[in-house]
Design a protein around this ligand. Structure first.
Ligand SMILES: Cc1cc2nc3c(=O)[nH]c(=O)nc-3n(C[C@H](O)[C@H](O)[C@H](O)COP(=O)(O)OP(=O)(O)OC[C@H]3O[C@@H](n4cnc5c(N)ncnc54)[C@H](O)[C@@H]3O)c2cc1C
Length: 565
């Protein structure tokens, strides 16, 4: 059996290696247009930032490793330009020489990825404008930065007037994870960074109130955010610099521009081969990663996947799914019945020591689908036992189905151990867990790692309290109709208070019940929702109509003060 794999990075390389492990006899040819196979594109922003100093560190396994360890015929600098499904052949072009050869296949695997979106804007090809997708891209950015700093350090040496090195300016177009990671790394390299984002928030997959917290954090670390503004073009300015022009008429001077406008599935070959393309613009595959042609498989960023939670077709450009899909395609080609379960978009980004991570459906996705069968909670637990040094709060939003308690999605932000909470919740979603399962989850605990009630348990307990009716909640967007009762201490109100709220500290509540109305719904507020929960329990048992305002004051401002706590 001869298998040709197009694309030699995440999906392609994992397919080749797995196939060899399953089938010693298969003839495997892996072609890659670029100079490297199996490189860590996820590490590229950190190479730009010099965190990963050596380019070689990004090369996970080179072509020789694939040849010697896996007996895979690897051809780099080799582009697949045409598939003839009827003849079962692929035309390959040597990128350097232009020579075209034809290879036959029994099975073909496409893993061409998703190139960066590059709109035909005026000036987009000017020097100093870069993408971050490949090793040569990162090298070009580093060379550009070095060139600038050499020039400036030279000036510093030769001119007595230039004792202060001018701050170099970077403009990053796009506030997704590649844009933000690169922005952070440019800050570390001394740039004054502006991120221009067309949407009204950064990190589009998460909900806006959670994105606000991340926005506050990155702004606190020096990144300027220009939201609700699209880039209109680029102009050359004096001294090899650029001006970025935006649709709102603003202009931003830049010594370097990074384009990070998102990615689009590469379907060129698939379309030429007549393969079915889905409604989201990716190659349509079944759960075995088989395209509409039974001998052609497709994996990775180029394919549409079923969203595991919503059941919708979606495009999820992540390394984990690409690797798993490559492995599944290899399994199926080798005769095994492996299936891809769908993807839930589990993602993580580190920014200036903080972490944002998310999994499953966001509230805005559920709203777009007109799904009303969900509830959400906000919580702000400590990353580990508060008495052990170094505990940091985690802002969490957990979304679950009202009708059957099934966990639908989670988003979390914080400076310590956010990843393990979202990883645990991601696994729970994939296993179809309910919030009652989270209550019962047995997780690692010692004070430096967590709490006897881990944030994951805590989320389950809160959500279960809501569903069991032990803690009725309301959200701030519908708070105006109730009687607001603030159970914090008076000194806390000096920092921030909710207009119109009556203050009875929790410790005085039982003695002052006579001050509260019995004919109106009482909405109870505290800082994060915990004391309000205790108060709500008192009031419900005393016959009041009470609800907890979910997430307390931290959710009212959507945690403008979260990071200071
Ligand atoms: C800067 C950056 C940071 C990222 N960080 C993360 C992260 O932290 N976490 C995460 O989960 N994901 C991350 N990703 C996404 C992740 O890298 C991708 O989801 C994953 O690499 C997709 O794998 P793939 O095989 O589909 O495509 P790719 O890995 O992009 O590989 C596709 C390859 O196919 C080659 N190719 C295309 N067409 C042809 C052709 N006709 N002939 C020959 N070769 C061809 C291309 O040259 C390319 O090298 C990041 C991506 C980038 C760019």
């Amino acid at each position: 059996m001869k298998v040709i794999i197009v694309g030699g990075v995440a999906g392609g390389a994992s397919c080749a290696a797995r196939l060899r492990r399953l089938d010693e006899k298969a003839e495997i040819l892996m072609v890659e247009r670029g100079p490297y196979v199996s490189y860590a594109n996820c590490g590229l922003p950190y190479h730009v930032g010099d965190v990963i100093e050596k380019e070689a560190s990004l090369l996970v396994a080179d072509a020789n490793t694939f040849r010697s360890q896996f007996a895979v015929d690897v051809r780099t600098g080799c582009e697949a330009i045409k598939i003839s499904p009827d003849k079962k052949t692929v035309e390959l072009r040597n990128v350097a020489t232009g020579e075209v050869t034809t290879e036959s296949y029994d099975k073909l695997v496409l893993s061409p990825g998703a190139p960066s979106i590059r709109p035909p804007l005026p000036g987009i090809d000017l020097p100093g404008i870069f993408e971050v997708r490949t090793v040569p891209d990162a090298r070009a950015i580093r060379e550009w930065i070095e060139r600038g700093s050499l020039f400036l350090s030279g000036m510093h040496k030769y001119s007595g007037f230039q004792t202060v090195r001018p701050k170099t300016r970077a403009v990053v177009i796009g506030g997704g994870f590649i844009g933000l990671e690169t922005a952070e790394n440019l800050v570390h390299r001394g740039f004054d960074v502006t991120v221009v984002e067309m949407g009204d928030q950064i990190l589009a997959p998460i909900d806006p109130e959670m994105a606000r917290i991340v926005e506050g954090y990155v702004e606190g670390h020096g990144i300027r955010l220009a939201l609700n503004d699209g880039v209109a073009g680029f102009e050359k300015a004096a001294n090899d610099t650029l001006t970025v022009l935006t649709k709102s008429g603003k202009s931003y001077p830049a010594d370097i521009v990074i384009l990070a406008l998102g990615v689009r599935p590469d379907t060129t070959l698939a379309k030429m081969a007549g393969l079915k393309i889905g409604e989201r613009g990716g190659i349509r595959v079944d759960e075995h990663m088989r395209t509409s042609n039974p001998d052609i498989f497709a994996v990775g960023d180029a394919v549409e996947v079923k969203d595991f939670v919503t059941g919708e077709w979606s495009l999820i450009a992540l390394a984990g799914p690409a690797n798993r899909q490559g492995r599944i395609a290899a399994d199926v080609i080798a005769g095994r019945d492996s299936r891809f379960r769908g993807s839930q978009g589990t993602s993580i980004i580190g920014l200036f020591g903080a972490t944002a991570a998310w999994t499953g459906a966001s509230e805005k996705t559920l709203k777009r689908m007109d799904n009303k069968d969900y509830e959400k909670i906000y919580l702000y637990p400590n990353s580990h036992a508060g008495y052990y040094p170094g505990a940091r709060p985690i802002a969490m939003k957990v979304i679950f189905r009202k009708s059957d308690a099934r966990l639908l999605g989670a988003q979390a932000l914080g400076e310590d151990n956010v990843d393990k909470r979202i990883s645990a919740l991601a696994m729970a979603i994939q296993m179809g867990a309910t919030v009652y399962d989270l209550e019962e989850a047995e997780l690692c605990y010692a004070p430096q790692f967590g709490s006897a009630k881990d944030p994951v348990n805590f989320a389950g307990m809160m959500a279960a309290d809501v569903l069991r009716g032990d803690m009725p909640i309301r959200h701030w967007d519908s708070a105006e109709k109730g009687f607001l009762l603030d159970v914090r201490e008076p000194m806390e109100l000096a920092v921030e208070s909710a207009p119109g709220a009556v203050n009875i500290p929790l410790g005085q509540l039982r003695a002052r019940l006579g001050e509260l109305p019995r004919d109106r719904e009482i909405l109870v507020i505290c800082r994060s929702g915990q004391r309000a929960y205790y108060a709500t329990r008192v009031l419900l048992q005393k016959g009041f109509k009470a609800r907890n305002l979910a997430g307390g004051m931290l959710s009212r401002t959507h945690a403008a003060t979260f990071w200071e706590s």
